[in-house]
Design a protein around this ligand. Structure first.
Ligand code: ATP
Ligand code: MG
Length: 259
């Protein structure tokens, strides 16, 4: 039904040819996409900030691997370093030491421009506070991300409509954010984050501002996306009931993972 959302090769940057060009109707295993090969590898990552003339060590040696079609969660107390790590994984920031490799692309060695290019095409972000444009409708907000990803204009209408239907907002497409509930706004943000068919979706406390029923709706959408859209989701949360649906939970304490 939603076969259009399957990822196409849009990146003009180096990547593993085996992961490209899915064949319609074939499973990942049949078409040769290795489920055993990580989508993203974080190796020995450290991040320190200069604060008032001294070094604040926030991440102190993080190792993590994300595989295709997983729902992975990070938990940890406020200030433990979760957002700092997500920013590195999404190429928004670079580590002080260690390696971040996304689909064979070494983010730790690359400059801003190259990382931005990859991010626009292959990574989606969802934030706690929705990050929608207030004067644009749900439809226009999703359309904007396709424009940013340089998706051909002729594909916009079908992609926007399908994404908003996927998140259950087919009847709210022309509402502006202030005409939507918190859960609905977050679902628009999800539609916006997946419209360009990323292979990785990073969500930083996406349910923190939602009541438990709306949070459950968002998690339902996440589960559906992972099951059908060839996407891996990595999210942070404090909510123990949400952690139950994860394929794996990483617990962060003071800049390191504990088991
Ligand atoms: N740009 C920065 N400059 C200096 N210190 C920073 C910077 N970014 C983050 N920090 C510090 O790094 C630590 C970890 O911050 P981070 O935002 O990663 O925590 P978090 O686990 O996401 O917390 P929360 O659950 O509250 O969102 C904090 O002590 C914060 O003050
Ligand atoms: Mg945070």
């Amino acid at each position: 039904m939603l076969s259009w959302l399957r990822r196409e090769t849009t990146a003009d940057l180096p990547r593993d040819p085996k992961e490209d060009e899915p064949v319609a109707g074939q499973s990942d295993a049949i078409r040769g996409v290795s489920q055993n090969k990580p989508l993203l590898t974080v190796r020995g990552v450290e991040r320190a900030f200069d604060v008032g003339g001294s070094k604040l060590r926030v991440l102190k040696g993080i190792d993590l691997e994300l595989y295709p079609n997983q729902l992975i969660m990070l938990r940890g107390r406020s200030g433990s370093g979760k957002t700092t790590l997500m920013n590195l994984m999404g190429g928004l920031d670079t580590p002080t030491a260690g390696e971040i490799v996304f689909q064979d692309r070494p983010f730790h060695k690359w400059g801003d421009d190259k990382r931005t290019e990859v991010r626009r095409k292959d990574i989606g972000f969802i934030f706690q506070a929705y990050a929608l444009m207030p004067l644009l409708s749900a439809y226009e907000n999703v359309e904007l991300s396709l424009r940013m990803a340089k998706v051909p204009r002729g594909e916009w209408k079908s992609r926007v409509t399908s994404c908003l239907e996927l998140v259950g907002l087919g009847k709210r497409m022309h509402h502006r954010p202030f005409e939507l509930s918190g859960g609905e706004q977050q679902r628009v943000a999800i539609a916006k984050a997946i419209a360009h068919r990323p292979s990785l979706l990073l969500a930083d406390e996406p349910t923190a501002e939602l009541d438990s029923q709306m949070a459950a709706q968002v998690m339902q959408v996440f589960k559906e996306i992972v099951a059908t859209q060839n996407v891996t989701i990595c999210m942070t949360t404090h909510d123990p009931t949400i952690l139950e649906v994860a394929d794996h939970v990483y617990e962060m304490v003071d800049g390191v993972f504990v088991s």
